[in-house]
Design a protein around this ligand. Structure first.
Ligand SMILES: [Zn+2]
Length: 416
């Protein structure tokens, strides 16, 4: 069968087996929206037809499309005003107690129309795509009441249909206690369990469910009740675990067979061991550690040495990591957590795909997988991490179609 698209390059990192799986002087052939062949050597004549488009990426680097497995994509407003407060020493939990922080985003999200939220998130998705991200996970959790949560999840559903980036949807009502339940957290728990979760489940608005297990937010006991109920309803699970205070969130993630536990700065040794045994992916968010000026990062080196599957994500959100660019996150992963370039690439492709239960269809360049491919203006992968602070993405191929070309969006409906 002839290919529709063939990319020729001297540095193709398939991420199929082992961290790199590098093809020096080879090609990736795409038929329709799928990868047909990845191989070293010359392009066989029989796969070249009259309609075959050939991209010569010699001198450039070819890797799978990046996967961002943890974002809070849909939200109203922005929180740049908190930056000066933070610099004066206010902590995340201080700002939250003063009624700011996440609750100000909840107000802005509740007050925004569906169209406004969609337009704002669309712009963020464009930025992600321009920087090489081809699949993202997106959480609700800035609406908290039924209508606003449904509004945000519908925005995700619409964007998934209309924007080239694929989106995996997560319900995260357990992100904060809304003001109307300030003195009645149990009432908010019951509201989620009895009204919101069954509605979202019945209308298939989310595949995953997540909870912010943290002091002053949801206790491990509350998180266990919510997530176990979610699992029974058919949601796959994620947990914001051990971000600030050690609360045995990693242990809880393993116990509940969560697909991922995220943040993990304060994860215990026992928790890490339990995650390894349960096969729970660690999603690390070094951009958040940087932005919160915590002076510490999750122990990526230790987790990798233990044998935990480590993924990286942006945590894109208005309060603690207003950054869509995974290449910036790579910088923090390398210089903050001491991950090597050979560890960072799988953490942003195949391991990230595991964290959203998509490892069978994306995350590596293998025959039969979705043709999500990026071409970088760099001679090899190490160079991408080394030369930090710029966007290396030249082209993005999503589902076999070129959607970013010569660093510009070229998909229909984009800023062509
Ligand atoms: Zn988060």
């Amino acid at each position: 069968m002839t290919a529709d698209l063939i990319i020729r390059s001297d540095h193709i990192y398939s991420c199929a087996q082992g961290p790199f799986d590098l093809f020096i002087d080879g090609f990736v052939a795409v038929a329709g929206d799928m990868i047909q062949t990845v191989a070293a050597g010359e392009i066989p004549v029989e796969i070249c037809g009259p309609g075959t488009k050939i991209i010569d990426a010699r001198g450039q680097t070819v890797v799978p499309g990046l996967v961002d497995p943890h974002t809070h994509l849909v939200h109203g407003g922005s929180r740049e005003k908190e930056l000066a407060l933070k610099l004066q020493g206010a902590s995340y939990l201080d700002i939250l107690k003063a009624g700011g922080g996440i609750l100000s985003t909840v107000n802005a999200t509740r007050n925004a129309s569906k169209d406004e939220l969609k337009e704002k998130a669309w712009r963020s998705l464009d930025q992600m795509l321009l920087h090489g991200t081809t699949t993202v996970e997106a959480k609700s959790g800035y609406g908290l009441d039924l209508n606003s949560e449904v509004k945000c999840l519908q925005v995700v559903q619409d964007l998934n249909c209309e924007h080239p980036v694929d989106i995996v949807s997560t319900y995260m009502g357990a992100h904060a206690i809304p003001v109307e339940y300030k003195n009645d957290p149990q009432g908010y728990m019951d509201f989620m369990l009895d009204e919101v979760m069954p509605y979202i489940c019945a209308h298939q608005l989310a595949e995953f469910m997540d909870a912010f297990c943290e002091e002053g937010v949801f206790s491990p006991e509350q998180s266990r009740i919510l997530l176990a109920a979610g699992s029974n309803m058919g949601f796959k699970l994620k947990i914001h675990a051990d971000e600030i205070i050690p609360l045995q969130g990693a242990e809880l993630a393993a116990e509940l067979q969560a697909k991922s536990a995220d943040h993990l700065l304060a994860a215990s040794d026992e928790g890490m061991q339990a995650m390894k045994e349960a096969g729970t992916t660690a999603v690390l968010l070094p951009g958040t550690s940087f932005y919160l000026m915590l002076g510490k990062y999750a122990q990526a080196r230790k987790m990798i040495d233990i044998g935990i599957r480590v993924a990286l994500a942006s945590d894109f959100n208005p309060g603690t990591c207003p950054c869509e660019n995974l290449q910036t996150i790579m910088t923090f992963a390398c210089f903050g957590m001491h991950m090597t370039p050979a560890e960072i690439l799988p953490a942003m492709t195949i391991n990230a795909a595991h964290a959203i239960d998509r490892s069978e269809i994306i995350g590596s360049l293998e025959p039969g997988k979705q043709a999500d491919i990026i071409i970088l203006n760099a001679p090899n992968w190490d160079y991408v991490i080394y030369h930090y602070g710029i966007n290396h993405v030249d082209k993005v191929i999503k589902n076999g179609r070129v959607v970013v070309d010569n660093t510009q969006l070229v998909y229909q409906g984009g800023n062509v």
